[in-house]
Design a protein around this ligand. Sequence first.
Ligand code: PLP
Length: 417
Amino acid sequence: MEHLFFLTEEEVLHVKNYYGTPIFIYDEKTMLQRAQEVLAFPHAFGFTARFAMKALPTRKILQKFHAWGLHIDASSGYEAERAIKAGIPPSHIQITAQQIPYNLKELVEQGVLYNACSLQQLKVYGEMFPGTEISVRINPGLGSGSSNRTNVGGPSASFGIWHEYLHRVYEVANEYRLKITGMHTHIGSGSDPEVWVRCAHLALETAGKMPDVRRISLGGGYKVARMSNEKTANLQEIGNRILPAFFEFEKRHGRQLHLEIEPGTYLVANAGSLLCSIIDVVDTGPTGYRFIKIDSGMTENIRPSMYGALHPLIVVPHEKDSPRNKYSYIVSGHCCESGDIFTPQQGDPESLGPRELLEAKIGDVLVVEGAGAYCSSQSCKNYNSFPECGELLRIAPFEFEWIRKPQTLEQMVQNEV
Ligand SMILES: *Cc1c(COP(=O)(O)O)cnc(C)c1O
């Protein structure tokens, strides 16, 4: 059985009664601890850590990580603008995006860094800012991720410039007198540490062929254990394994590389809980299933439907009653969509994976743990016209503050004519 990560059962019931459900809660203490671990990443010649804001872009969260010393990785021009609006200095933001920002010129003029992710992006940047410095994202030829939906390196991924096309990178760079001082790789989320370390070595090899590179980013992708049978990546161990390669690089190439990493998941995944109310319990007979229905679903967390992600699920009884049994349940979301479930089969996202849970009763709370990263930010927002739910920051036990208020129906339809 899975257990609550940072809330107590009393706090869960307090939040349900006082703030309502569905609702996200983020724990400040957990985020700070994770930030400190990231900032302690072993490095040889200087270090910058970025928070990959697409994991959880709420203003207060960005401000917290900024205050704790992290910079920002933005995945679009809009994210960069959003971070600037939150008070992040433009020089602390780097854009690594699939789509060239519509506002690239203004952003770069303000000091935002740009990481060109394709030859076309490099060309556009060169036309706009000839004779300047830039960094490029390279696909090192190897990827890792928990599924083909989270793998962003290797031949099956479109992200970055294929590592064998370096000569073409320099053709474009020469045309626009660009100096390539940064090199970036990011191979996928939930990576196997072994693959991550191998990719880091491949990246250094490529950087060796890029004479002006002084800054190397090894991306994010550090695995976090959400389920009790999973394992969290050990950043100290990973960092120490690639550390010698930086000293060797200096000996061989005479360059001291500044290291960057940009975790998203690692910083917030287990700092967030989603609280839902159990609104119905049904079954499909002795040969069928028992279902828990909740007032949430893919509208708050689409990860189980999209890539079969598993989250700990905990039933918190809404009142003290006699000891309850355990049963196997399918947890169904509130959307009219059969794929809206929180219990896919492990390793087989298309099938149902009944989960052993405390007997569920209407009015109980279902807590979805490990819901800090890519849940609120990535959800199937407003499907079935459910308003976006609110987000609370937990500052101390029983001390919560709104960091995003629940959306109203009025706000949902405000641009409709
Ligand atoms: C999403 C992303 C990250 C963060 O990945 P996590 O798996 O959340 O650590 C880092 N860098 C880039 C370029 C990304 O797109």
